[in-house]
Design a protein around this ligand. Structure first.
Ligand SMILES: Cc1cc2nc3c(=O)[nH]c(=O)nc-3n(C[C@H](O)[C@H](O)[C@H](O)COP(=O)(O)OP(=O)(O)OC[C@H]3O[C@@H](n4cnc5c(N)ncnc54)[C@H](O)[C@@H]3O)c2cc1C
Length: 413
């Protein structure tokens, strides 16, 4: 069966896509909260519950690994806390670290695996000299900050109406009795691949962008190599600049403080707009999204832009709107679009790539069998090991990494 064809068009752009699975094409994520017959697969049902009676499996909940105990290059056990007490457990074969991009990084560093320059000031005894640990951290960031108020004539029940207590009661009643109503609605996403901005930008702007991009290259070996890939994408005349938005320019995260307590997180600065081009792309994407309300079919149901509202714009927009003599005052009082985006930017919780699978000389932390370089029996199995941020959600990738590693371990067994 062929997938449905979605078309969106205005006088500048025309999109016509099939849902092919290409991450750069139109995508949608339909979300249904309850009543319809959904197939919900709990991962514990698949990965944990069927194996509980295995004699060699013990699961200890509410426990935190503090560090791996390492003798020379070999993990001999793990130190962990449980119920307020600290325990150690021996490792006969190997230790598999699977605590997520930030916590696996933290566990390795607290175990003495990492950059001596980071570990020494913290009083952590160096066990394995691996300066690339934690230097390749990457993330997806999003700015979902344009919204509109719909007209009463549109007949659309916006969620704002739930602020009316009588309306809320009515909808609550319908939800509990029929499992239907406005309360059964959740946000569904549509993703449009945005077109190139090249037609709107001068060659001069592009030259400046490339210069800026080149002026501020990442320092870590892993990021440097990947940065050349990003540069090639940017320079490729056939590559619309918006296609890079799902792979933001690589910036070096800054570890502000490695938490010594394993129950807390290290403090990090994601350094999101280290490269001006990431901000430029976000601004263009925002303007494109904002412009959708000027075109049908959205136009006929939109009463006004609710957030950020017409008073927030780029400086260029402001200049074209106001008397140049008053410009100075307006520029001071009207926030620019860049500021608005910076204020509303948030992580998509896809933080990954902290312990990448790459050749060691290129800044890798694990080898193709997911073993930590310089150790004989420590593996990392989670999304820390991705080398370059992917242009998709990360959860299925975590399952893929786990499944693949199980195969690798079984082959060896
Ligand atoms: C709010 C939020 C929303 C998200 N939405 C989506 C989405 O819609 N789609 C999608 O694909 N992805 C989504 N993600 C991302 C996705 O959840 C992660 O990419 C994925 O879970 C990563 O898997 P992981 O195995 O690497 O790490 P995790 O799933 O984080 O697993 C690590 C485990 O280790 C445990 N742990 C940590 N430290 C220790 C320690 N010291 N000792 C013992 N155990 C420890 C943690 O409790 C956790 O159970 C979302 C993430 C968040 C936070």
């Amino acid at each position: 069966m062929s997938s449905p064809k979605y078309i969106f068009s205005n006088e500048n752009h025309r999109f016509s896509f099939r849902l092919t699975g290409n991450t750069l094409g139109l995508g949608f994520a339909q979300r249904l909260p309850t009543p319809t017959p959904l197939l919900v697969v709990l991962r514990s049902k698949v990965y944990v519950l069927p194996h509980l009676d295995m004699p060699n499996l013990s699961i200890l909940i509410k426990s935190y690994v503090i560090k791996i105990l390492i003798d020379s290059v070999t993990a001999t056990g793990v130190e962990f806390t449980h119920g307020g007490a600290t325990y150690t457990i021996g490792a006969n074969k190997e230790v598999i670290v699977s605590a997520g991009a930030l916590k696996s990084l933290q566990i390795l560093e607290l175990s003495g695996i990492g950059d001596p320059k980071v570990l020494k000031p913290l009083g952590i005894v160096l066990k394995v000299d691996l300066p690339s640990v934690g230097t390749n951290m990457q993330d997806h960031a999003a700015d979902i900050s344009v919204s509109w108020e719909v007209t009463p004539e549109s007949g659309i029940n916006s969620l704002n109406k739930l602020g009316d207590p009588e309306f809320l009661q009515q909808k609550l009643g319908a939800y509990f009795s029929q499992k239907r109503s406005l309360l059964a609605n959740v946000v569904s996403e549509r993703q449009l691949p945005l077109p190139s901005t090249r037609h709107r930008q001068s060659e001069g702007h592009h030259r400046e962008t490339r210069k800026g991009f080149g002026r501020n290259p990442p320092k870590s070996a892993a990021l440097k190599k990947q940065y050349t890939i990003q540069m090639a994408r940017l320079k490729n005349p056939d590559m619309p600049v918006f296609e890079i938005i799902v792979n933001p320019v690589l910036t070096e995260w800054i570890m502000l403080n490695l938490a010594r307590d394993p129950t807390t997180y290290p403090a990090l600065d994601a350094n999101y707009f280290d490269h001006q081009i990431d901000l430029d792309i976000m601004v263009e994407a925002f303007k494109f999204g904002r412009d959708l309300a000027n075109h049908e079919p959205l136009k006929k149901v939109v009463a006004r832009e609710a957030n950020p509202g017409p008073n927030v714009g780029t400086e260029a927009d402001i200049i074209s709107m106001y008397d140049p003599l008053l410009l100075h005052t307006f520029l001071k009082s009207i926030p620019s679009l860049s500021e608005h985006i910076k204020d509303n930017l948030c992580t998509v919780w896809h933080t990954s790539d902290t312990l990448p699978m790459l050749p060691e000389e290129d800044g890798g932390v694990v080898d193709p069998k997911l073993r930590v370089y310089g150790t004989s029996n420590i593996r990392v199995v989670d999304i820390s090991i991705i080398p370059l941020q992917l242009s998709i959600h990360t959860q299925t990738i975590a399952y893929g990494i786990a499944e693949k590693t199980a195969d690798i371990i079984l082959e060896k067994a």
